[in-house]
Write a new protein. Structure first.
Length: 160
């Protein structure tokens, strides 16, 4: 498996994959910049190989992932690593600044929501990576979007 990203999301993904993968390549264009406790856990694992100052170039394979081509930050030769999965975990800063004066956020800037995607403001719903829901994955965000839409629908119907 390959994980792209050296922040908290990438480190946590690598830690999660340690339970099921034999080998994990953590690829990051910059030095690791996540929480030190996460960095320490990743660095202590014999399953994880850190590949710093490289960026993904392309995913290799026809119908299935067979590898990842990576290019160095400085001039040099590209590399190919054999993997059967790629997790891209970069750029995870919630863009909630528009709502900081209106909605409750946590220390990471994520909007706090309940299990039905309700915020602390009646009639306002939030979903996706901007919320405090864990596991910033597309499939999770899509599911949360469906929940938020249904919750908003039921709220609007109840206002009739």
């Amino acid at each position: 498996m390959a994980v792209v990203g050296g922040g908290n999301s990438g480190l946590q993904a690598a830690i999660d994959l340690m339970q099921i993968a034999n080998r994990i390549y953590l690829v990051s264009l910059t030095p690791l910049n996540g929480d030190q406790i996460l960095q320490d856990r990743v660095k202590q694992s014999a399953k994880v190989e850190l590949i710093m100052e490289y960026a993904p170039s392309r995913i290799l394979g026809e119908k299935m992932v067979e590898g990842l081509e990576i290019i160095p930050a400085r001039p040099g030769e590209s590399r190919q690593i054999k993997v059967d999965g790629v997790f891209v975990e970069i750029g995870l800063m919630p863009n909630s600044s528009l709502f900081v004066d209106t909605l409750t956020t946590n220390g990471k800037g994520e909007i706090l929501v309940d299990t039905e995607c309700r915020t602390g403001v009646t009639g306002v719903f939030a979903c996706g990576d901007v919320t405090s829901v864990p596991y910033k994955q597309v499939v999770v965000a899509a599911g949360e979007g469906a929940k938020a839409a249904l919750s908003a629908y039921h709220y609007l119907i109840s206002q009739r």
